[in-house]
Write a protein that binds this ligand. Structure first.
Ligand code: HEC
Length: 115
C-alpha cells in the first residue's frame, strides 16, 4: 500500500465513524420529533408549548409538578383525553376525544420526560 492509499483508508475510516454518529443522532432525534409531530397533529401546540405557559401550562411545568410521581403517565393520559380543569388556573382544557388511548399515553410519557 503506498502513502496515498493509506491516507485514503484513514479518511474512509474517519468518514464511517462520522456517519455512524450521525445515524445515531438521527435515530434519537427522530423519536423526539415524532412525539413533537404527534403533539402538533393533535392540536396540542395551539395551547401548550415546551417551556412557556400559553393557554395551558408548559410541558416542563407539567413534568415538574408530577416529578414526585403523584400522577402516573396513565393517569395523565386519561386527564388529557377527558380534559382537565381547576389544576392550573381558571382556564379548563377541553376533552380530546379524537385522541386514541395509545397516542394519549405516548404524549403523556413524552410530556413527563420534559425537564
Ligand atoms: C384549547 C386549549 C387546549 C388544547 C387544545 C389542549 N390543552 Fe392541555 N391544557 C389546557 C389548559 C387550559 C390546561 C389546564 C387545565 C387545568 O387547570 O386543569 C391544560 C392541561 C394539560 C395537562 C395537565 C393536566 C393535569 O392533569 O395536570 C396536560 C398533560 C395537557 N394539557 C396536555 C395536552 C395535550 C397532550 C393536548 C393535545 C392532545 C392538549 N393538552 C390540548 C389547554 C389545552
Amino acid at each position: 500500500m503506498n502513502q496515498h492509499n493509506a491516507d485514503m483508508e484513514k479518511d474512509r475510516a474517519a468518514m464511517l465513524r462520522r456517519m455512524g454518529l450521525m445515524l445515531l443522532l438521527a435515530v434519537v432525534g427522530t423519536a423526539a420529533q415524532a412525539n413533537e409531530a404527534l403533539a402538533t397533529k393533535s392540536a396540542c401546540m395551539g395551547c401548550h408549548q415546551a417551556d412557556k405557559k400559553v393557554v395551558g401550562p408548559s410541558w416542563k411545568d407539567v413534568a415538574a409538578k408530577y416529578a414526585d410521581g403523584s400522577k402516573t403517565a396513565e393517569q395523565l393520559a386519561s386527564s388529557i383525553r377527558q380534559g382537565s380543569s381547576g389544576k392550573w388556573g381558571a382556564m379548563p382544557m377541553p376533552a380530546q376525544p379524537a385522541l386514541s388511548d395509545a397516542d394519549a399515553l405516548i404524549l403523556s410519557k413524552w410530556i413527563l420526560g420534559q425537564r
